[in-house]
Design a protein around this ligand. Structure first.
Ligand SMILES: *[C@@H]1O[C@H](CO)[C@@H](O)[C@H](O)[C@H]1NC(C)=O
Ligand SMILES: CC(=O)N[C@H]1CO[C@H](CO)[C@@H](O)[C@@H]1O
Length: 392
């Protein structure tokens, strides 16, 4: 018996890409989550039902997708921006897939499939200024999440086409961005650029049952060189005066609060997706994401937080930015449900921020389309009250 083939077989068996068994659905929501959601919706309990009504208002079995061959984000000489087509369609596919999963009405699943199939059969490249790497990150994780829910519908045959499109059009950009940062210095791009590409890479990996992609995202988050790696992202810890709580200054705190909050929406998505596959990034480095979320929430609720001058190769920021302080973003439900309820940790500022957003939304977080028509309102999929809230 020849040894070489045997050894290479052993190597394949031990390589990460064939070792793991994936849980499906297992990105933002698991089967157990859908059981809980259905029960809350069917018994019309507040606040879940308020959140459900917000989601249902966006569900439609007759939504018409608008796929394009070349997606353009960020004006450049050779393309005209058309990326709203994709964030609207990705949000519609996600909402319709959830609507089907909760109600069983297959008209919605058929429409979600039609949207995903339209894109997987049409899109061949993502182009534009450097902003194209925001598109590859944000819309990659969103499409993968819609597909991950819909894969349980026997009437949808488009999973392998979607996987193929995400792996050939999105993943190479995610990978390239995280390794080359568009040719810039490693600390040039703000954390949100890395974080959306990590969420996308991870989501595509789970959808495709490909642990190489999942591991690449997790390894980078734990120790990568750019600003989405946890130690670069939540880079300065303080002990809160009058309590023993850790507060963590985020990489974009001195830039503006719109982006500082976006970072926590995106890291929540990455952590939730990973947790559902058995990798607890929420708890990594003594709940470092929570320390960052508490800092971000406390400041955006109008309280003072400590601040240390931030510098990278391009900027020096000596004070925390008041720009867009108090930004309303649907993300606190996910973070608080995990830290405050599931883990039983003190996440009081995150909870208060969640409550601010819920009250702003008339009793629940909204989602895509409820926070304006521009991209910012679609950067996270939202609807967290119905989707994430746990009984206390
Ligand atoms: C949680 O932390 C806050 C300070 O951030 C503190 O005021 C509050 O008392 C703590 N709650 C509990 C139950 O320890
Ligand atoms: C497939 C793809 O989009 N590749 C891109 C990878 O990133 C470089 C820049 O870092 C782009 O030039 C490529 O187009």
């Amino acid at each position: 018996m020849k040894l070489a083939p045997l050894l290479s077989l052993l190597a394949v068996l031990q390589s990460p890409s064939v070792r793991a068994a994936f849980i499906h659905p297992g990105l933002l929501h698991t089967e157990a989550d859908f059981t809980r959601i259905k029960s809350h919706v069917n018994s019309k309990q507040t606040p879940w039902i308020t959140g459900w009504n917000k989601l249902a208002a966006h569900a439609s079995p007759s939504y018409t997708p608008r796929p394009v061959a070349t997606l353009c984000r960020g004006s450049s000489s050779d393309c005209t921006e058309n990326y709203p087509n994709l964030y609207r369609d990705a949000s519609a596919a996600y909402v319709n897939a959830i609507y089907w999963k909760v109600t069983g009405d297959t008209k919605y699943a058929d429409n979600a499939g039609k949207i995903l199939d339209a894109w997987s059969s049409t899109l061949t490249q993502i182009w534009g200024s450097s902003d194209k790497f925001l598109a590859s990150g944000l819309y990659g994780y969103q499409l993968a999440n819609a597909g991950e829910i819909l894969r349980g519908y026997s009437g949808w045959k488009g999973l392998s086409n979607l996987v193929n499109m995400l792996k050939t059009v999105f993943y190479p950009m995610n990978h390239s961005f995280l390794t080359n940062h568009n040719g810039a210095k490693i600390d040039h791009y703000w954390a949100n650029w890395d974080l959306c590409n990590l969420a996308s890479m991870h989501a595509i990996g789970v959808l495709a049952d490909d642990s190489a992609l999942v591991n690449e995202a997790i390894t980078y988050f734990k120790g990568g060189g750019g600003n989405g790696a946890i130690d670069k992202f939540v880079w300065k810890l303080y002990t809160e005066a009058g309590s023993s709580k850790s507060l963590g200054q985020g990489q974009e705190a001195g830039r503006d609060q719109g982006h500082a909050t976006l970072d926590f929406a995106l890291v929540g998505i990455l952590a939730q997706q990973s947790y559902n596959q058995g990798e607890d990034l929420f708890g990594y480095l003594s709940n470092k994401i929570l320390a960052g979320s508490e800092y971000m929430a406390k400041y955006n609720l109008g309280h003072d937080v400590p601040y240390t001058t931030y510098s990278n190769s391009d900027v020096t920021q000596t004070v925390i930015s008041t720009g867009s302080r108090g930004t309303i973003r649907p993300m606190g439900e996910l973070l608080y449900a995990h830290y405050g309820v599931l883990k039983g940790l003190n996440a009081s500022w995150t909870k208060a921020y969640r409550d601010l957003v819920v009250s702003n939304g008339g009793g629940a977080e909204g989602g895509g389309g409820d926070y304006g028509s521009t991209s910012g309102g679609y950067d996270q999929l939202g609807f967290g009250t119905v989707l994430y809230r746990l009984d206390a």
